[in-house]
Design a binder for this molecule. Structure first.
Ligand code: GAF
Length: 354
């Protein structure tokens, strides 16, 4: 029985920059979804995480269900739009990637499905095409107006590396990630209820600013040009142009193994996104603050924000103790069902059993 593994992702830095064609630096991680399946004449899928099995005819792929199966239907829809008509599948999605926690569980399912269909029905899609089809499913069917960050990271992940990506032209570079650094993913346990509306609102402001300044990418905007924007727009775009710069600094710091600088840039990024892009939360701020207090190299929220997870970078031999200290303080302060995982970089979505 064929089996696909599709990872989740963290974003080391470059948050909310992808929908203005800026820089990002994500990493696929070793938490993810397995998809075990056989070819079938319908779509019949069980999700362990959602504890549900759904069966639909192939003629029903256009019918949005407003639940997790839309990630699967979205892929079929995107394929149908380019005249690819794979047959059905019968399978089970399971794994250890927490849902609604800012680690891209939706993109992980989308890429698991496209990887399976590409393999079984010989669609001949390359990696870029698969990432773009995942994005199309998310934007046009699921209805979340995201950028390319998540699908690209999940498709292009590489064990031992983080990915520097220019989301304008999809130029990417694999940057070795130091073996002696651990990444702690601290899940706040807070459901990201505002995420979709606030995300759409931030995106609207960014798109209107680009249009007003007559730019395609946020990379082209100068400090001087920011002055042409009204105060809210200037505040939001100011964050974005500084964040683009920070991605370049973080990339170079990693190349030079300047881990103190990398950590510092992460904390700066968090402070800026909290104050000027306003997508953080008191829980995420608390984690970053405690991470610094307990001697981590750096920390910041990861993903869209509004709850979800923070990443904490720490030397391997100190990671567990730092994570534990933060956790004890966090559960004393907040009553959510929070937890952490110490994760590693991972390869992107692939068929692991034939
Ligand atoms: C979500 C989106 F899906 C990404 O495209 C990206 O914008 C991210 O939020 C914020 O950096 O994960």
């Amino acid at each position: 029985m064929p089996k696909v593994f599709s990872p989740g992702r963290v974003n080391i830095i470059g948050e909310h920059t992808d929908y203005s064609f800026g820089y990002v630096m994500p990493m696929a991680i070793n938490l993810g979804n397995y998809f075990e399946y056989i070819p079938y004449n319908k779509i019949k899928i069980r999700s362990d995480a959602y504890n549900e099995e759904i069966e639909l005819d192939l003629s029903e792929v256009n019918k949005k269900q407003n639940k997790w199966i839309d990630y699967v239907l979205g892929i079929y829809n995107a394929l149908y739009k380019i005249n690819l008509k794979p047959g059905g599948i019968n399978g089970r999605i399971y794994g250890n990637l927490p849902i609604s926690s800012g680690l891209s569980s939706s993109a992980s399912i989308e890429l698991a499905i496209i990887t399976a269909l590409n393999y079984t029905y010989k669609l001949n899609l390359d990696k870029i095409q698969m990432a773009l089809i995942g994005k199309k499913a998310e934007n046009e069917f699921v209805g979340v107006p995201s950028g390319i960050l998540d699908q690209f990271a999940i498709e292009f992940g590489k064990r031992g590396y983080t990915i520097f990506l220019d989301t304008e032209n999809l130029f990417y570079e694999y940057i070795p990630f130091p073996m002696d650094i651990s990444i702690i993913v601290y899940n706040t346990g807070v459901k990201r209820e505002l995420a979709k509306t606030e995300y759409t609102e931030r995106k609207r402001i960014v798109e209107e600013s680009l249009k007003y300044l007559n730019k395609k990418s946020s990379k082209e905007i100068t400090e001087k040009e920011l002055e042409k924007l009204n105060s809210l727009y200037k505040k939001r775009m100011g964050y974005i142009i500084r964040e683009n710069r920070r991605v370049l600094i973080a990339r170079d710091a990693l190349k030079e193994n300047n881990l103190d600088l990398l950590g510092k840039i992460l904390v700066e990024s968090h402070k800026d996104i909290a104050e000027n892009y306003e997508v953080s939360s008191k829980e995420l701020d608390f984690i970053v603050n405690r991470a610094v207090k307990y001697g981590a190299l750096g920390a910041r929220l990861t993903g869209a924000g509004f709850g979800g997870s923070a990443i904490i970078l720490a030397y391997k031999d100190k990671a567990e103790i730092i994570a534990n200290n933060i956790h004890s303080e966090y559960i004393r302060e907040f009553k959510y069902n929070s937890f952490y995982n110490i994760v590693e970089s991972n390869d992107g979505s692939m068929v692991v059993e034939k």
